[in-house]
Design a protein around this ligand. Structure first.
Ligand code: OOG
Ligand code: MG
Length: 263
């Protein structure tokens, strides 16, 4: 049950969606609506999705966020959240990302999944996820909170589509069969220097657990993860701020590397 009325939800969606397009920082919405609840937050995110679809944007997948201790600690929050990613957010591996299209971008190393069967909670578990996975691939997400100083609470960031902005997928994809995703090492380099390291287990003990949690969170809202869905499972390390001139290269054990240049 939402506590905000439909017109307030719509106004807040327009506020956040236009802030993204106009690369404008805004106050976090819980300043004005301290009593908004989780359903309000996801209803605003859904309204942003509808606004974008009406503009001709295609939704290209789903994302989990705040799934590692490193991320939870960095943002000072206590639970994972989900959002969506878009066609215009996709940047080719090795590509350039103009920082003047963004507010204060940060990069995150993530393991992405593509499903071959639908997944529906409640009760979705890691074995079901692995059996329904077509392949996994390496990814870097570029997040860009629309909130001042990248500071927010969970409800504000859910409404802001979990800071979703851009993402780069690596071209080396593999079946999860025979791949030890838990121990899979990840090394992030910025301008040739190692800035963060982690392994798959940093995300909820195993990145497939993040997909199971997504199915269960969607299931609680009567939804599912359709077959053929691309899912970013969440940063394995804390997010790293980037500026024009920065080169990012992330090496994923067994999955190759993903790189991009901020200009
Ligand atoms: C929220 C989005 C977090 C992740 O991978 O943890 C996220 C944020 O930190 O701005 O995408
Ligand atoms: Mg992320």
């Amino acid at each position: 049950m939402t506590t905000l009325d439909q017109s307030t939800i719509q106004t807040l969606a327009v506020h956040l969606e236009s802030a993204e397009r106009e690369r404008r920082e805004v106050y976090k919405i819980t300043n004005d609506y301290p009593n908004m609840d989780w359903d309000d937050a996801y209803a605003i995110q859904d309204a942003i999705r509808a606004l974008k679809e009406a503009q001709g944007v295609r939704i290209s997948g789903l994302k989990m966020g705040l799934t590692s201790m490193a991320k939870l600690r960095q943002m000072g929050v206590d639970s994972p959240i989900y959002g969506f990613i878009t066609d215009y957010g996709s940047v080719p591996d090795g590509g350039e990302i103009p920082v003047n299209q963004l507010i204060h971008p940060k990069v995150e190393a993530e393991i992405a999944f593509v499903t071959k069967r639908p997944l529906k909670g409640p009760g979705c578990h890691i074995a079901e996820v692995l059996a329904a996975t077509d392949f996994v691939l390496p990814a870097v997400e570029v997040i860009d909170s629309r909130y001042e100083n990248f500071r927010f609470d969970l409800k504000s960031v859910i409404a802001d589509n979990t800071s979703s902005a851009r993402y780069v997928l690596g071209g080396c994809y593999r079946s999860p069969i025979g791949l030890d995703l838990k121990n899979l090492g990840v090394v992030m380099e910025k301008n040739g220097e190692v800035v963060a390291t982690a392994c798959g287990a940093a995300v909820l003990g195993h990145p497939a657990q993040s997909v199971a949690m997504l199915a269960n969170m969607l299931g609680a809202r009567g939804r599912e993860i359709p077959a053929g869905t691309l899912i970013l499972t969440g940063g394995v390390t804390e997010a790293i701020a980037v500026n024009a001139g920065d080169n990012i290269n992330v090496r994923f054990q067994h999955l190759g590397s993903v790189s991009m240049r901020f200009v």
